[in-house]
Write a protein that binds this ligand. Structure first.
Ligand code: V47
Length: 395
């Protein structure tokens, strides 16, 4: 339901025709998306996005119990926004590369915590051999068969293909056979050439990123998609980015979720010129994504990138997924993030419930594992997860 006040605000902002399209279930044009990104009445745009969100998912808000693993921060790429990577003379003092034994042990140490997914993203290491990557997956799979493995961005897949003389399909087939279940959406940044040339000119191009996801979808792998916003990109370049994703999704249906990532400015080459995107910008971007990407089931507010409070608020602006426990995050913390490095399941429940929504634990393919609905909550407290809560406090 959209309130009369929101209807009036939309009319006042000249957004009546877009509202009518949304209510009729019609696809928005690029011009509509741009118009919404420029709209001043955030609450009215949010009300529209909320309408779509509730029609798709009601009050359900998805999260999962996941751990992150970044096996190395050594990286040959020179992305100007990145605070995580180390190269050349920094490697000796600040670089790290986990041995296979250490990487696997780090994941297995979380075994008692009810974790269902490991999210693996690495730097583009100039010396590690090909076998390091499938062997890492094989060992995790062998030791913990029921753990879902979400691994390697399209940027890494492109790097492996070039470095080891394999096609995208070969790389993906070998990693899939070794245990990779799904792919994260990182490395998409902004697809526009003008932007990529300035912020990440020595890694996979937009066409290559899209081709890798297309290939993964053809092989039956589900993948995610991101957009890094709030730096040098223009609003029309955000729309262009989402259009390319919407087109590929029309073709393959293989994307599970869209994740706008708010730029974090500290300790990287462009941070000084661009402050962190405002809360207003973040909420409007999420809302417009929900309205424009009509063929994506889910829109995620990655709480690490937004902060817990803004991620919680976004649940009224089209968002239905907040990522997960994320034990233990490095990429954003190197870029100045001050949020915790993990959240307990109990905290996620509290955040979601306080926004009037219902927590639904999902697996890596968005199958619901358990709905923690309010009825049980009054009588039985949300399942406190003491080991995870303790681990979240420790990191
Ligand atoms: O590709 C790097 C971004 C991404 C900064 O698929 C930065 O479920 C902001 O893709 N400020 C990696 N962003 C993280 C990622 C991700 C995260 C959570 C869930 C999923 C998923 C994917 O982080 C990079 C880049 O776009 N990034 N540096 C920075 N300073």
């Amino acid at each position: 339901m959209i309130s009369t006040l929101a209807h009036r605000a939309l009319e006042r902002d000249g957004l009546g025709p877009i509202r009518d399209k949304v209510l009729a279930g019609e696809r928005l044009s690029d011009a509509d998306a741009l118009r919404l990104l420029e709209a001043t009445d955030l609450a009215a745009v949010g009300a529209l996005a909320n309408h779509v969100r509730e029609a798709r998912h009601g009050d359900l808000t998805f999260y999962n119990r996941n751990v992150h693993l970044n096996p190395t921060n050594v990286c040959v790429a020179t992305c100007k926004f990145c605070s995580f990577a180390r190269k050349d003379d920094q490697v000796a003092s600040e670089g790290y590369t986990m041995s296979l034994d250490d990487a696997v042990a780090k994941v297995l140490a979380r075994r008692g915590l009810g974790i269902t997914e490991v999210h693996i993203v690495s730097g583009l290491h100039p010396e590690l051999p090909w076998d390091y990557y499938p062997e890492l997956l094989r060992r995790i799979r062998a030791a913990w068969p029921e753990l879902a493995i979400k691994a390697f961005t399209a940027i890494e897949i492109h790097f492996f293909a070039e470095k080891f003389g394999k096609s995208y399909e070969q790389v993906l087939r070998e990693l899939h056979a070794a245990g990779m279940d799904t792919m994260p959406g990182g490395g998409a940044e902004i697809f526009a050439k003008r932007v990529r040339r300035k912020i990440c000119d020595d890694k996979a191009t937009a066409e290559q990123w899209l081709e890798i996801h297309r290939t993964a979808h053809r092989l039956g792998l589900k993948t995610n998609a991101t957009m890094l916003y709030g730096h040098i990109e223009r609003l029309d370049e955000r729309v262009d980015h989402m259009r390319l994703l919407r087109e590929l999704q029309d073709e393959t249906g293989g994307f599970q979720v869209f994740i706008p990532l708010a730029f974090h400015p500290e300790h990287n080459m462009i941070g000084k010129a661009f402050p962190k995107p405002t809360g207003y910008d973040a909420l409007r971007t999420l809302a417009v994504a929900r309205l424009y990407l009509d063929n994506f089931d889910h829109v995620k507010a990655y709480w690490v990138s937004l902060g817990e409070r803004l991620a919680q608020t976004s649940l009224a602006f089209g968002v239905d997924d907040v990522d997960g426990t994320v034990l233990e995050e490095r990429i954003y913390h190197m870029a100045g993030s001050t949020v915790p490095q993990a959240l307990s399941e109990r905290t996620l429940h509290d955040l979601i419930r306080a926004a009037g929504r219902v927590p639904a634990e999902r697996d890596s393919l968005y199958r619901v594992l358990k709905v923690h609905d309010g009825a049980g909550a009054a009588a039985t407290p949300a399942p406190v997860d003491p080991p995870l809560a303790a681990a979240a406090r420790r990191v």
